[in-house]
Ligand binder design. Structure first.
Ligand code: SF4
Length: 364
């Protein structure tokens, strides 16, 4: 084998916590989470969004708990959600106890803005320990503990890590170690430095996130770069992509990042060329229509959609299914062999038919 110098994932040895039925850390597969955008006290809307997230592949969901009405909604949401629910608590330690009593699978606290948090750690540790509920210590650059902001001048990697480990030490004093940590920053470079530092200094499982990453395109690029670097180094046990976009998009991007790193088996992969002056077919349209027609395909399938005969036959032959286009026609490949040639207008429907036929042949 030729050594290409690519980083390989050597999982960092982290302890494991259970978020409901989902193991996080300790060598468990990296899980994908998101957060609802509905008012949590609107139970029906929140459960509806959780159902959509579950269908998109989300494994853990977080809900914000800013008011008593939201805290009151937690028991029903925790009971009816198909995936583990994490309560996200800022400012009010009493909601932490409400979330534990409500049956939430975990609680996220932000040490920077829970009033009198340090004084309450003993009580929280006892309640969480008795209920078997892990705590995420979620440090965020935008709400760093004022004491550390003053000490470090701004939210540096050192400041983020110091905040997280300080809070961990308070829990550890009470014998509580059922913890996972995040140290989020909007700048991937700072975020990567913070997580590397944190990973070297503790064995808690790490929740990766680039906070306030931006709209879909920018947030996807930032998260893919930051998570890609860290996960390739074996750092990171669960991920949340933060986007100014519907949460289902966060899940799709998160799953795509894991698939691209080989940390999760890819289902549908479209290998399509970028098109160029040689293209004899509208590659963009073909790739879009084939992607849309096969969205949610339940088995691993690589489909090559190529614009001409330069690389077309080669890529199409390597894929499970493919088309090499030219002269208003498409040569359809299945498992490396040309099975037919169809007019351009029938390329998409033929690829979809063949994909469904391959699916039927899958062992059940
Ligand atoms: S496959 Fe053909 S059309 Fe597509 S980029 Fe390559 S040369 Fe251009």
């Amino acid at each position: 084998m030729i050594e290409l110098g690519m980083p390989t994932r050597r999982p960092r040895v982290s302890r494991q916590v259970m978020v409901g039925g989902v193991p996080v850390g300790g060598g468990a597969p990296v899980s994908v989470q998101s957060m609802t955008t509905t008012p949590t006290h609107d139970v029906n809307a929140t459960l509806q969004q959780i159902a959509e997230l579950t269908a998109s592949g989300c494994q853990i969901v977080r809900v914000a708990v800013p008011t008593q009405d939201d805290a009151d909604a937690l028991p029903e949401i925790a009971r009816k959600s198909q995936i583990p629910v994490i309560a996200d608590i800022h400012f009010q330690p009493r909601y932490v106890f409400a979330a534990i009593d409500a049956g939430c699978a975990a609680v996220r606290v932000n040490p920077g803005n829970i009033r009198k948090f340090d004084d309450k750690v003993g009580e929280i540790a006892r309640a969480a320990g008795d209920a078997g509920v892990p705590i995420r210590i979620g440090v965020n650059a935008g709400s760093l503990d004022p004491r550390l902001l003053e000490k470090h001048g701004k939210a540096t990697p050192e400041a983020l890590v110091e905040s997280a480990l300080w809070e961990c030490s308070l829990f550890e004093e009470h014998g509580f170690r059922d913890i996972k940590i995040s140290v989020k920053h909007h700048d991937p470079v700072v975020m990567i430095a913070a997580y590397r530092r944190l990973a070297a200094r503790c064995d808690y499982p790490l929740h990766l996130g680039v906070t306030e990453a931006g709209p879909l395109m920018q947030g996807t690029v930032k998260s893919a770069v930051a998570f890609g670097v860290l996960l390739a180094e074996g750092v990171g046990d669960t991920i949340r992509v933060s986007l100014s976009a519907p949460p289902v998009e966060e899940v799709k991007v998160g799953i795509g990042i894991l698939e691209s790193l080989g940390l999760r088996q890819r289902k549908l992969e479209i290998v399509s060329c970028p098109s160029c002056g040689r293209a004899q077919v509208d590659v963009y349209r073909l790739a879009e229509e084939v992607s849309a027609g096969l969205e949610g395909f339940p088995f691993p399938l690589r489909v090559a959609v190529m614009g001409c005969v330069v690389n077309g036959p080669g890529e199409a032959r390597e894929a499970d299914l493919g088309v090499a286009s030219g002269n208003g026609k498409g040569q359809i490949f299945v498992k490396g062999k040309v099975i037919k040639t169809v007019p351009e207008s029938r390329i998409v429907e033929t690829l979809i038919e063949e994909a469904l036929r391959l699916a039927e042949e899958q062992p059940q």
